[in-house]
Design a protein around this ligand. Sequence first.
Ligand code: NAP
Ligand code: ZN
Length: 352
Amino acid sequence: MLKASGYAAHNAHTPLTPFAFERREPGPQDVQIEILFCGVCHSDLHTARNEWHNTVYPAVPGHEIVGRVVAVGAQVKHFKAGDLAGVGCMVDSCQHCPSCAEGLEQYCENGFTGTYNADDKHSGGVTYGGYASNIVVDQKFVLHVSDKLDLAAVAPLLCAGITTYSPLRRWKVGKGHKVGIVGLGGLGHMGVKIAHAMGAHVVLFTTSPGKTEDALRLGADEVVVSKDAAQMAQHAGSFDFILNTVAAPHNLDSFLNLLKRDGAMTLVGAPAEPHPSPNVFNLIMKRRTLAGSLIGGIKETQEMLDFCAEHGIVSDIEIIAIEDINQAYERMLKSDVKYRFVIDMASLPAAA
Ligand code: NAP
Ligand code: ZN
């Protein structure tokens, strides 16, 4: 077994602390990666604090992983020691169900294996994520990362990037479309950048008026403070598509009302408590769609990484040391993230 050190949550209420554990030795299909940076997703916080009621402790969060390959198994074709590599939210899936066959491993009908807090098919126990020194992952779930972009700022693409790219692609967002992004956090700011690069007219909805300048700089054409009913009313019935990234329950009708006939709103935010039910008439009277979306498949994740490299898109980040993770969670809860925390793994204590 390989020694690993990281940070873990040991229950829902106390801060994350240093944690020593083991990874499997790389098998023939495996890539062993020294983790250099890991982004901090709101899902990490939901998991650390058991907000989805499924956390197995100790839990090592982190699914926005970039690093350097240190060893590969005998049957690994596309990676070698020294390469840069990325790992996102999944490390395994059944590989034979209809969803896997279509490259939609996130909808694996036998259940995909999450990068953390999932049953580990190889070692038993649960999977441990990227707040750690290293990781061992099946080659099918390892991504190629450009060496032309700032590596730390690439990390958040592995979750925030693909989670916003996938629904924008599915709803064929492009030139001539009016697209709303709700919430300017980790996911939202990637949504703004990607929708802008796809050629859409982008409107950012925020509860934080202080983020207006930033949103315009990131690629929004307009900014609407969603608590201001008069500003919201000006956009009634005008959107082709809205991507909603908000991590807390809120009134969905105020956004559904902004969609055109046949417009769609996709929810990617995953709050611990349910949203109040929307008014069905807001859907049926204009044949609107309310949808959901989960990350993206491996093929599409590589497509997104290549799209971002081509357009020079990375995340706007604040680098933190791993001992600052608990403080970063508190700031995330106050919507005070500009716009993704990324842990520099060089800060990990040598013998945690
Ligand atoms: P984040 O960085 O905390 O951003 C969430 C943003 O939502 C905040 O910055 C804030 O933006 C807005 N917001 C927060 N509380 C709000 C409230 N009470 N009312 C209105 N707006 C509020 O979180 P994230 O990492 O982007 O993740 C967002 C959500 O997506 C989380 O629930 C996460 O678990 C989920 N997620 C889902 C997937 C998926 O595959 N579907 C993947 C990753 C993450 P403003 O200040 O601009 O209002
Ligand atoms: Zn995530």
